[in-house]
Design a binder for this molecule. Sequence first.
Ligand code: AMP
Ligand code: MG
Length: 434
Amino acid sequence: MTTLNHPTGQAGCISQYDPQALPVSAAQAIVLQWAAPLAASERVPLRGALARVLAEDVISPIDVPAYDNAAMDGYAFDGAALADASGGLSLAVCGKAFAGHAYSGDVAAGACVRIMTGAPMPAGCDTVVPQEHVSAQGDVIAFDANAVKRGANARRKGEDLARGGVALAAGRVLRASDIGLLASLGLVEAHVKQRLRVAYFSTGDELRSPGEPLEPGCIYDSNRYALGAMLQRLNVEAIDLGVVRDDPAALAATLKLAAETADVVLTSGGVSVGEADFTRTQLQTLGDVSFWGLAMRPGRPLAFGRIWSGGRPGAGRAALLFGLPGNPVATMVSFYQIVRPALMAMAGAQAQPVPLVPALSDQPIKKRAGRTEFQRGLARRDASGQWRVAPTGSQSSGALSTMSEANCFIVLAHEAGDLDAGDAVDIMLFDGVV
Ligand code: AMP
Ligand code: MG
């Protein structure tokens, strides 16, 4: 049994795990222990509130709807008349009600009001018969009393949201419907958490930035761009610190700057075996950092801990550090599976498990028991409604093309071994509607 080099220097409840074969679920749990939500909040106009995280519950200041109103175009009447009617019902039209223009007169027994969707229900009326069920002759309408039930086609005051009730809970990541809902309450701004600041950089002497000439033995730095894009999707404040050469002094300087300016620091490259010694020395000088070998593919090496801007543990500002592997797909998988839940928690968001969809594999899949694999897959629903999935090709941790081609991860559970065609797997779809 190995004791983890925990970020506080203490052994946590996770000390039963071997840090060189840490299950994904254990790594996720450890990381979440360190992902304390930011305290700072601010008020932002509704138009700028999309994807921001609510800092407190929103209490509805009004009833929504604010008054009983028609849900359809038709005729409003007292539904008590339905009980007495056997078969047909005839009513005299005594007035009109439009959205924004109420009918304020009385509605006598045997009378009704022509009403449009959204118009306030006249006093004494609780039911709307839709206009398509009605035959009109002059000012009298007739309809089959069985065509409508008492109370139908009317929306009740407060039925959507009651005044004083929680309209949206703290930790909500605001979606389009939430922005509309806040507007429907008459609110002009939202009280949200401040955006998390995430600094990121790439490491490696071989890296050139797009736009630069590519000398022999060099590659373009794709991780910084993919990381920037993934962070943009999370709506955090992303701080691009560029490419850092494989030089201890440059690495230390950039890490200190990152800890000074950000809540979280993401690096890519330099954590795999062979490179780790050099990075390890730097990270362990600046802070408490553990080097893990995750039981995950792609994305085995990962450094996790805290670094301090003052150059040693406890000096200056602390930031959480994730040292991600350099291979581009490993970087992305590590980000989605390990970093993203932590960033969401630090941003103050309520935990939202990513849905897994059951599917059948179109092909046999090679899988080693004892690690979780996230293969790139292309999923579709067949004519019978069953999800089916096939890997997109090369599962090399460097092959971004098969990641781009994919529309899901095929999640192969820790304990699973080789799969046959037709076997059940779980998939994690990349895109949803909202
Ligand atoms: P490392 O973890 O630094 O040993 O990198 C592992 C592999 O990922 C090597 O082939 C690197 O060239 C490659 N790599 C590292 N950083 C990047 C990057 N920013 N963009 C693309 N490939 C990278
Ligand atoms: Mg490297």
